[in-house]
Design a protein around this ligand. Structure first.
Ligand SMILES: *Cc1c(COP(=O)(O)O)cnc(C)c1O
Length: 494
């Protein structure tokens, strides 16, 4: 299987090379030249474990890896660090099924991909005969940083450096990162906001002299963000696995169609479901849920992608995003691989801050439905679902459920529906407590306790005892000091 850039660079890569590169030279994203069919029949798949399904699906895309290499990556990633033996349990609530993607170490869905990416990367380096040490640079607004730290901690041959805005993350998110163990982990608070941190990281990636100096030391910079094909493919697995589980418990018949609802930010998760559909999973509707930053809702409704608008900070922060990078991959596939068109559209987004889809893409979007949830509606849904169903949602999953209700009201479509549940409610404890109408508390830790007292819902392992954990990373630096700090850390380690 070969991978090519959405923007037409003629340099095809195998999967290992695409994973190492992350982004293509022409700034496009790597896509498989064709999407493979499901590597087993639905009947055969019914009895498979999560790990077995993962090996087959990931193996179908990354076919330059040997079976043993894929098995090593999958078995290392999806083990007892997940606090559910199914890895991804399904919860039936009313007539729909929540697919709980938050049972990994950091209690949010980023763990699904970031648990395996380090192993895929290290294996790819070995296959390509690259002996360099890899240094992962990550600017984070919260969730990605911790998931990347957990994924890469103590993985041989790698260093992981995370930069977060000193005042831009929650107390819990900060403590999750600053208490990170592992000999190869480095965490810095940046004096500035997320954009300052992000900009500085991008500048470091683009600094050719710095890159050459590092290369002389046998060090290569890389990124763990969600445009890497090594993050996308592992996310297809849980859609297939969930369908097989529904089949196994005779909730659906073989071949029966289902709908999926996905709370969407960078468009990675919902795109993975679409790849699953292209592989042969009978998905009828892709329901794309946004918060108040509803660029995608408008795009799906009108074909106009327009970021000339205000940016809102909401209570579902992991979806506060205007440019959904992974959409580029869908546009590429829907336009039959028209990379000239893609270059034009992405160029327009850069310069004019908007683009319009052509008829071919608009037709291709006909099995997508988009809508959004306000902060108030999100809170109302959390309260209502807990009261009526005894099921506690986090803010992101509540956005998904609100949009699902809109869809039901508009269409009356009663197809069985799978809702992606992307975070533990405890990860966004203050917002969830407010939505439940609980008393004000002094800090986020106290909100975790108060939700537990009110609901009895189990607190994820990774959040227990967090308050008492030792702070291991105390550095606060200016964005301008990042480069020097990277050099110093990597040099000391030689
Ligand atoms: C990242 C994230 C999302 C958005 O997922 P995308 O793949 O970026 O669309 C939704 N919910 C949570 C909790 C997340 O961390």
């Amino acid at each position: 299987m070969l991978y090519k850039s959405t923007r037409g660079s003629i340099k095809y890569k195998n999967s290992g090379q695409a994973i190492i590169a992350g982004l293509a030279e022409d700034k496009g994203l790597y896509v498989p030249v064709n999407i493979p069919p499901l590597p087993f029949s639905l009947e055969e798949g019914k009895e498979m474990s999560y790990r077995q399904v993962a090996k087959k699906i990931i193996g179908a895309y990354f076919d330059d890896f040997t079976e043993e290499e894929i098995a090593f990556c999958v078995d290392s990633a999806y083990d007892s660090k997940f606090d559910a033996k199914e890895i991804v349990p399904l919860a039936r609530v009313g007539q729909s099924y929540f697919m709980e993607l938050y049972h990994g170490k950091t209690a949010a869905f980023k763990d699904m991909a970031l648990s395996i990416l380090p192993y895929l990367l290290v294996t790819a380096l070995k296959k390509e005969g690259i002996k360099d040490r890899i240094c992962i640079l990550t600017a984070t607004s919260g969730d990605t940083g911790k998931a990347a730290l957990e994924g890469f901690a103590d993985v041989p041959g790698t260093e992981i450096m995370v930069f977060y805005p000193e005042t831009g993350v929650s107390l819990i998110q900060e403590k999750q990162m600053t208490s990170q163990e592992g000999n190869n982990t480095h965490v810095y608070g940046i004096r500035g906001n997320f954009d300052d941190a992000q900009r500085a990281v991008k500048e470091i990636f683009n600094d050719k002299d710095f890159g050459r100096s590092l290369a002389r030391e046998g060090i290569r910079l890389s990124s763990a963000n969600s445009i890497n094909i090594g993050r996308l493919v592992p996310q297809i697995v849980y859609y297939v696995y969930a369908y097989l589980q529904l089949l196994k418990s005779a909730v659906i018949k073989p071949g029966q169609g289902i709908n999926v609802v996905v709370p969407t930010g960078n468009f990675g998760n919902i795109l993975a479901s679409w790849y699953g559909g292209k592989m042969g999973l009978p998905i009828k509707k892709y329901i794309c849920a946004s918060n108040k930053n509803k660029v995608l809702t408008d795009f799906i409704k009108t074909g106009l992608y327009d970021i000339r608008r205000d940016f809102y900070v909401t209570n579902s922060p992991s979806m506060d995003i205007l440019v959904s990078s992974n959409l580029e991959r869908l546009l590429f596939h829907l336009s039959d691989g028209d990379s000239f068109l893609l270059r034009d559209m992405m160029g327009a987004l850069d310069k004019e801050k908007y683009y319009r889809a052509n008829d071919c893409i608009i037709n291709g979007l006909s099995n997508f439905y988009g809508n959004y949830s306000s902060i108030e509606d999100t809170n109302r849904i959390i309260g209502k679902m807990y009261e009526e169903e005894g099921y506690l949602l986090d803010t992101h999953t509540a956005v998904a459920y609100k949009v699902y209700e809109d869809y039901l009201n508009e269409t009356g479509d009663r197809e069985l529906t799978l809702i992606a549940s992307t975070a533990s409610p405890y990860k966004f404890a203050k917002s969830v407590a407010e939505a439940l109408g609980l008393d004000k508390e002094k800090d986020e830790y106290a909100y975790i306790d108060s939700i537990y007292r009110a609901t009895g819902v189990r607190v994820p392992k990774g959040l227990i005892g967090l308050k008492e954990k030792e702070v291991l990373h105390k550095s606060k630096i200016d964005p301008g000091e990042m480069k020097e700090e990277i050099w110093k850390q990597l040099h000391v380690k030689k």
